[in-house]
Design a protein around this ligand. Structure first.
Ligand code: UDP
Ligand code: MG
Length: 312
């Protein structure tokens, strides 16, 4: 029987102390009928990540790496790993062991059952990360309200995809990648599995509040033009209200003795409308800015060094 090949893709941004532990953890849990091939993507790390990868690669023929010219971000690193993978299926996971390697047999089982995408959903109960849980809940609620593609709350970038899905995903070259959303959008037969996230093994989180906000903006504006429509409707409703108020003011001046001093309401309505206008322009600007960047058709990442021969 031919042994099936599994590509394991791991984005790494300053993860020097995690790489080997993750490698050994995955090897330990991978069922023996599979051959694993690891693709570590060094996303412009400034610590010893690349050196560590080269060290790990020595005497091992299942370790591969891609090193970027600078930090291109988690989603682009993930994309690079998928682009370079050749396995019958691709498993992507974080370097910090928050995605427990012991789940891998379950992912593979579901794949053998015929699913093309097996994604995992974080079980947030009792992990104490109050802010992260709350922001993640709000984020998914907002995304699902605004978008036509439903993303399961808590979905993680710890997943298995079949070769066919990986090849299709490689063809997508948009700049603001939100891979979870793309995978949900792509269809195929999908299954979700719950997992208990582990503690980060070493180092600290690379998702600063700013990166999280940027990620959230990509998630919302990549999958929906509804915010544009909402601003249109809001503008219309407010304009209508302002107009009726104008008519009332004329009526009051002509036919009643209520000669209104009216300063307060005047200023309030001017500022209110001004604020709404700025907001609407902001939403339009967000989309326009994205179009500006996308129209340049720049690559998602630049590879400085790799030990993978690639002909795509
Ligand atoms: N990561 C990356 N580039 C970045 C930020 C993060 O490749 O710019 C990687 C990181 O090394 C890790 C994964 O993405 O393997 C998830 O990041 P992290 O654990 O810091 O995020 P958190 O789990 O705190 O959301
Ligand atoms: Mg993490």
């Amino acid at each position: 029987m031919v042994r099936k090949k599994v590509s394991v893709v791991v984005p790494c941004f300053n993860e020097e102390l995690n790489i080997e532990v993750l490698y050994l953890g995955v090897k330990e849990h991978l069922p023996e009928q599979y051959d694993a091939k690891f693709i570590f993507v060094d996303d412009g790390s400034t610590d010893g990540t690349l050196a560590q990868l080269k060290k790990l690669k020595k005497n091992r023929d299942d370790v591969f790496f891609i090193s970027f010219s600078r930090n291109f971000g988690h989603q682009n690193a993930l994309k690079a790993g998928i682009d370079y993978s050749t396995g019958d299926c691709v498993i992507s996971m974080d370097a910090d062991l928050q995605h427990p390697p012991k789940m891998i047999p379950l992912l593979l089982e579901a794949w053998e059952d015929g699913y093309d995408v097996v994604y995992t959903v974080r079980n947030d109960k009792g992990n104490g990360a109050f802010f992260k849980n709350l922001s993640s809940k709000m984020f998914y609620r907002l995304v699902n309200m605004l978008s036509t593609t439903r993303i399961e709350p808590g979905a993680a970038d710890f997943r298995l995809i079949s070769k066919q899905v990986a090849q299709q995903l490689s063809k997508i070259t948009e700049n603001y990648l939100f891979i979870r959303g793309l995978i949900a959008w792509m269809g195929f037969s999908q299954k979700s599995i719950e997992y208990e996230p582990g503690k980060r093994f070493s180092g600290k989180t690379k998702y600063s509040f700013r990166k999280m906000l940027r990620f959230a903006a990509a998630g919302i504006t990549s999958f929906s033009v509804k915010p544009l429509r909402i601003s249109l409707i809001a503008g219309f409703v407010i304009a209508l209200a302002a107009m009726s108020y104008g008519f009332y003011a004329i009526y009051a001046a002509l036919f009643t003795k209520l000669a209104l001093p009216g300063w307060g309401s005047l200023i309030a309505s001017v500022l209110f409308i001004g604020g709404i206008q700025l907001m609407v322009i902001g939403v339009i600007g967000e989309y326009l800015g994205k179009m500006f960047i996308e129209s340049k058709r720049r690559p998602n990442y630049i590879v400085k060094e790799t030990n993978i021969e690639h002909d795509k």
